[in-house]
Design a binder for this molecule. Structure first.
Ligand code: ZN
Length: 268
């Protein structure tokens, strides 16, 4: 009974590992694409925010210029009025007073003109900045579009297989006791190749390739207790000569090969 239980636990974990490794491979095809897409989306959002801020500043600058232009027109109207009044003054004092008023208004006009000149330079600078952002934005948006299309294509290609694997995983997970499942997940998280449970192959741990002593191999073969690798802590499920060839898992890198493999598996 005890023997049967441990062997069952190991087989349950092995099945889970098999599913997880397939999911890992699907994730590997996506590579850095999901992160790259996310980064581009964030970057574009940032540029859009900045462009919006500049656009608002530009509107304010233009409104300021318009205001100053209106003020100049007002000053000119008043000057015209003063000049008309100069024609029918009663004395020199009144005339001098109007001359001073005109001079004041002319000074106001000069100040407004100076403000406008300065603001025009600011407007030009702001417009150039906005233009620059638009160029970068266009470039990033094109980049995002192509990356997103590529990612969508990869996701679509594997969608069915992935959904099937996820469903199967949920089912298999229920058969593994919680303590063991947690340990398995922790091991997977720490292992670069995602392998938490491995076989002994050619006297070595299938995860870290360190030698497994013969006595330990005997224990592993018996499957009466859960044996872990002394070096990497991975669970050692069995010794290779006990495994039927079709259970052997090979890591294939080429997508075409994997696709073929998936088709075969779907067919089985
Ligand atoms: Zn190991």
């Amino acid at each position: 009974m005890e023997n049967n239980t441990v062997a069952k636990k190991l087989d349950g974990l092995l099945k889970l590992q098999e599913i997880d490794s397939k999911l890992d491979e699907i994730r590997k095809i996506r590579g850095d694409l999901p992160e790259e897409v996310q980064d581009l989306e964030d970057e574009i959002e940032g540029y859009k925010t900045r462009a919006g801020k500049f656009q608002k500043e530009l509107t304010e600058l233009k409104a300021f210029i318009k205001n100053e232009e209106e003020a100049i027109k007002e000053h000119q109207k008043i000057i015209k009025k003063y000049e008309e009044q100069q024609l029918d003054v009663r004395n020199n004092r009144e005339y001098e007073a109007l001359v001073r008023e005109v001079e004041n208004k002319e000074l106001d006009i000069k100040l407004s003109q100076k403000s406008i000149r300065e603001t025009v330079i600011k407007v030009e600078r702001k417009e150039a900045q906005i233009e620059e952002i638009q160029v970068v934005l266009k470039d990033r948006e094109e980049d995002l579009e192509s990356k997103r299309a590529e990612l969508d294509k990869i996701i679509a290609e594997n969608e069915d297989v992935e959904n099937k694997l996820r469903k199967e995983r949920e089912k298999r997970k229920k058969g593994v006791e919680e303590r063991l499942y947690k340990a398995y997940n922790k091991l997977r998280l720490n292992a670069r190749n995602g392998l938490a449970i491995v076989h002994v192959k050619r006297d070595a741990c299938g995860g870290c390739f360190n030698i497994v002593p013969p006595q330990r191999q005997v224990d592993i073969k018996e499957r009466k207790k859960i044996v872990i690798c002394e070096h990497c802590g991975r669970i050692l499920a069995d010794v290779e000569e006990h495994i039927k060839p079709e259970k052997k898992r090979t890591v294939r890198k080429k997508r075409t090969t994997r696709k073929k493999k998936e088709e075969e598996e779907t067919a089985n």
